[in-house]
Design a protein around this ligand. Structure first.
Ligand code: ADP
Length: 408
């Protein structure tokens, strides 16, 4: 018997056997039977013409048919179904055909199944890749929405808090005047307490506003000539009491370039370096040392702030620059700005990073890990461009032109 006749003979038993073996439930089987008829007819065409590509369209349809839940669970593998169909064809040929006809049939169908398996593997891979990319982009969109609402919340909360805070500040200053005139030392003490609370609240609200400005690319810099040694000297003065209280040593070296004129926003740079240096005090045990040094690199000035503190683990060295990226248990946070491990809201470093990057600089940290016993220390690096000419912003301000943020 020639191959077309053999195929004709096994058509019906083949469809019945494969349908019964692979499809559960009468409804599914009926539908599947139609599919199998189509497959069988295409297989016959492929064998007759010697071109296995005839089965390509049905393999393409099957591979693209999986539902979302099949894909999510990694189920419904067309390659497995094809393998099973091949096995059932072997079985049928062995049982129903003579040895000679069985050999003829297998020789004819094998190349078609090989082609179909190859195609199925390719299509399935493509479907999976497309599915995973779609899922990933959905997750990405959700994360972006979440981040946007977080940043909107920070911005709204900070602005809402600012107004009552200004009111309280006004009333306490009036109370102070009245009590100073009235000479009540006990009342003065209480008012001092309220004042320091207000000051702390004000600095958190200001930090929240700064973070939302940075998040929305709205941080505008007031470029002027600045000298790093002056900025560092002022910070030393501000932090001298904390350094003394913590019995620490702050060593600010006279490094190459520290007296070089740079163009930058002095207040913002002060804020960035103060955040880094108060962290160095905060995360270094009593009696430790903080060293500020630097060097000139081609086109950049590098400042390093090294401490002998508890250090930062490798996996946290990036997250600490993300807003609210503070580590440890939030309930253990103390309100002290320089108290040992007195965690804050986790805004200091994101602000420092935002300021440095707005200057077209870079910031990163190096540390051999976090260990409160051995104190491996941390070194913060700040890279600032050495501008010999005023940046565009400064020129724009002088001449009243607008400069886009990407020209910073
Ligand atoms: P926080 O308000 O918590 O200090 P920051 O943004 O200033 O927020 O710092 C984020 C986190 O980075 C801190 O909570 C701390 O865990 C870690 N960190 C920052 N500076 C240092 C440092 N010098 N040594 C060790 N850990 C540090």
């Amino acid at each position: 018997m020639n191959v077309p006749d053999i195929l004709n003979e096994i058509r019906l038993p083949w469809i019945r056997r494969v349908a019964n073996s692979l499809a559960r439930g009468a409804g599914v089987r009926e539908n599947f039977q139609e599919q199998l008829e189509r497959f069988f007819d295409l297989m016959v065409q492929a064998i007759e013409t010697g071109d296995p590509a005839w089965v390509d369209p049905i393999i393409h349809d099957w591979s693209n048919a999986p539902t979302q839940s099949d894909l999510r669970d990694g189920e419904k593998n067309i390659s497995a179904v094809l393998n099973r169909m091949l096995m059932l064809t072997f079985e049928l040929a062995r049982e129903d055909l003579t040895e000679q006809n069985a050999m003829e049939l297998m020789g004819a169908v094998l190349p078609v199944f090989t082609f179909a398996l190859e195609k199925a593997a390719r299509y399935e891979m493509e479907t999976h890749v497309a599915f995973i990319s779609k899922e990933l982009s959905g997750i990405q969109k959700k994360l972006e929405r979440l981040d946007r609402s977080k940043s909107n919340f920070i911005s709204v909360a900070a602005h809402e808090l600012r107004t009552p805070l200004t009111l309280i500040e006004g009333y306490t200053s009036m109370m102070r005047e009245i009590s100073v005139n009235g000479q009540s030392s006990q009342l003065n003490l209480l008012i001092e307490g309220v004042n320091s609370g207000i000051w702390r609240l004000r600095s958190i609200v200001d930090d929240m506003i700064d973070v939302s400005l940075i998040d929305n690319n709205l941080l505008s810099l007031n470029f002027q000539p600045v000298w790093l040694n002056q900025i560092l000297g002022l910070i030393r003065n501000e932090l001298k009491d904390s350094i003394a209280n913590r019995r620490q040593v702050l060593d600010i070296h006279t490094f190459p370039g520290c007296d070089q004129m740079l163009f930058g926003d002095p207040e913002r740079l002060y804020q960035a370096f103060r955040n880094i240096m108060s962290n160095a005090i905060k995360y270094t045990p009593d009696g430790g040392k903080i060293t500020v040094d630097g060097r000139m690199l081609p086109g950049f000035e590098e400042v390093t702030i090294a401490d002998t503190g508890i250090g930062i683990s490798a996996e946290d060295q990036e997250t600490i620059f993300a807003k609210f990226g503070q580590l440890g248990n939030a309930s253990l946070h103390s309100s002290g700005k320089t108290k040992f491990k007195g965690g804050g809201p986790g805004l200091g470093l994101p602000i420092a990073k935002g300021i440095v990057e707005a200057h077209k600089g870079a910031i990163w940290v190096e540390s051999d890990g976090n260990d409160e016993k051995s104190c491996p220390g941390s070194i913060f690096h700040v890279l600032l461009p050495l501008r010999t000419e005023p940046p565009n912003e400064m020129i724009a301000k002088l001449f009243g032109a607008e400069v886009k943020s990407d020209q910073k």
